[in-house]
Write a protein that binds this ligand. Structure first.
Ligand code: RTP
Ligand code: MG
Length: 143
């Protein structure tokens, strides 16, 4: 295992439910450190750019509309195996399929409004971190 970084986004449904702190606790309990964070209300252009890989999919317009419906909390998580670890604690894309105790099982109600995003590979993690953060905005631990 290697120390990795990944992007996490707490989506507008979870921000509206006031569970940012509860979700941050899940990251901490999993041994993931938050090394950068910002709250943003994405523009349509920002959301379309972030999800460009899905632009041909039938759900693209609904996904973009949802992601700009309210503020999101974007963070960089760092830790051993961070990309897979974050995906595990998020749970399946559809909360109906998400294992008990995962973020989506506990805080999401539908595949369209599923509480969190997490990068799915080292390549997308690097792209997504660069999409939201300048290198000097990352604050790895010094103690
Ligand atoms: P995410 O990118 O948000 O972490 O979620 P994911 O990897 O689990 O799912 P992905 O396949 O990348 O899809 C991105 C988001 O699009 C919505 N979606 N809707 N209606 C549908 O069939 C459908 N499929 C995907 C979900 O909100 C998903 O998180
Ligand atoms: Mg995805």
């Amino acid at each position: 295992m290697a120390v990795e970084r990944t992007i996490s986004i707490i989506k507008p449904d979870a921000v509206a439910k006031n569970v940012i702190g509860a979700i941050y606790s899940r990251f901490e309990q999993a041994g993931l450190q938050i090394v950068a964070a910002k709250m943003l209300h994405l523009s349509r252009e920002q959301a379309e750019g972030f999800y460009a890989v899905h632009r041909e999919r039938g759900f693209f317009n609904d996904l973009v509309g949802f992601m700009i419906s309210g503020p999101v909390m974007v963070q960089v998580l760092e830790g051993e195996d961070a990309i897979l670890k974050n995906r595990e604690i998020m749970g399946a894309t559809n909360p109906k399929d998400a294992a008990p105790g995962t973020i989506r099982a506990d805080f999401a109600v539908s595949i369209d409004e599923n509480a969190v995003h997490g990068s799915d590979s080292p390549e997308t993690a690097a792209q997504e971190i660069a999409y939201f953060f300048q290198p000097n905005e990352l604050c790895p631990r010094t103690r």
